[in-house]
Design a protein around this ligand. Structure first.
Ligand SMILES: Nc1ncnc2c1ncn2[C@@H]1O[C@H](COP(=O)(O)OP(=O)(O)OP(=O)(O)O)[C@@H](O)[C@H]1O
Ligand SMILES: [Mg+2]
Length: 349
């Protein structure tokens, strides 16, 4: 029968561990530079030798409110953050928080940004794994490096980030892959299983279909990060207008129609184009005329793409394997969108 004293000791030990971690997190947060002051400052590297070369210590300043996300996705991420930051309460009831997250989706819609957001919201350092520095021609050395990294992360609460994870987590049954890479992945999985829930592991991929089932199974939370839908596009546009401090002279719906099927990074590029045009016009253009001009340019580019049959980087993100918390993916061919642009050109066909 379990000795109640031992159980009490274990709970006391867990509480002490949590208190130490909370204290170290708070002091790290204090010593971390503020987002404004650190934009161009070198990031102080606190990583020890033997670890610093295996990861990039990524400055994480983005907050959840900086991103425009679908309600489903936002809820999943908020829940993950809330759960992890209330780990002590869960552990008091002998329940561990979920700490492994797989982000799946087409390029440019916020996977890397979400890793930054989670690290910054949890006030944990973001360590992005450098595969080039970890994978060695000798499997033994690769396994040693993984072990070293996992030991470090187990002792120093962090967010360990595997970006473009398919690069290393490729299907071990893939005949193109050498036996070596399969063994590398196996070694990684064994090491990942050792990681306690005081640290977070996030993996991002554009190619869920390439992921080994064993890799897939390792992640307690799997979320899809889809292309923005109409309401995200409208929200983005309204934020953009607020940041301009003036009307952009375009209707939010028109903007959403025009940008349908584009990734968030393309939408961001559009708004940056408007800002550049506005600044370089030295006051000759109003925000509305700059936005109209850039929108016209985007619509012409779009029409050219349509005529040449080049539908650009239309990557749907692959089929999300079973179990992913899917938001509604809004991938649709460029050929079907932007009716307004056709009308503007006066030649809808
Ligand atoms: N949901 C979003 N809200 C606001 N900005 C976004 C969003 N998604 C992406 N962006 C912007 O687009 C750019 C690219 O985003 P990010 O690198 O996070 O995408 P990704 O999904 O990791 O892409 P990839 O698969 O190519 O690595 C960033 O500059 C980011 O600010
Ligand atoms: Mg990325």
């Amino acid at each position: 029968m379990a000795n109640p004293n031992i159980r009490g000791d274990r709970q006391a030990l867990k509480r002490t561990m949590d208190a130490i971690i909370e204290a170290s997190r708070a002091s790290k947060q204090e010593s971390r530079p503020s987002p404004q002051s650190s934009l161009f400052a070198p990031v102080p590297s606190e990583l020890p030798n033997g670890i610093s070369e295996l990861v990039f210590d990524v400055p994480a300043h983005k907050r959840l409110s900086d991103l425009v996300l679908s309600a489903n996705l936002k809820e999943s991420i908020e829940e993950f953050i809330y759960e992890f930051s209330h780990a002590s309460l869960l552990r008091e009831h002998s329940v561990e928080p979920r700490h492994t997250l797989l982000l799946i989706g087409p390029p440019g819609n916020g996977k890397t940004s979400l890793a930054e957001v989670i690290a910054s919201e949890l006030s944990l350092p973001l360590l992005s794994v450098r595969y080039d520095a970890i994978v060695d021609s000798f499997l033994g050395e690769t396994a040693n490096r993984f072990r070293r990294l996992i030991d470090y992360v187990a002792a120093n609460p962090s967010v360990l980030f595997f970006d473009e994870f398919d690069a290393v987590g490729k299907d071990r049954g893939d005949s193109q892959e050498t036996g070596e890479i399969k063994r590398v992945v196996s070694s990684l999985l064994v090491q990942l299983d050792r990681l306690p829930s005081h640290s977070v592991v996030i993996c991002a991929t554009n190619h869920p279909e390439l992921l080994d089932k064993a890799v897939w199974r390792r992640f307690e939370v799997r979320v899809e990060v889809p292309l923005p839908g109409p309401s995200e596009l409208k929200e983005w546009f309204q934020k953009f207008e607020r940041s301009l401090g003036a009307s952009a002279g375009i209707d939010a719906q028109e903007f959403a129609d025009c940008m349908a099927g584009e990734s968030m990074s393309e939408v961001e590029a559009f708004t940056l184009d408007v800002r550049r045009r506005l600044i370089l016009s030295r006051g000759k253009l109003t925000p509305a005329s700059a936005a109209r001009e850039i929108l016209g340019r985007w619509q012409r580019r779009l029409r050219k793409d349509l005529q040449s049959g080049n539908y650009g980087s239309e990557i749907s993100g692959g089929k999300a394997p079973e179990g992913a918390e899917t938001g509604k993916t809004n991938a649709r061919p460029r050929a079907r969108r932007n009716l307004r642009a056709e009308k503007d050109a006066g030649g809808a066909k």
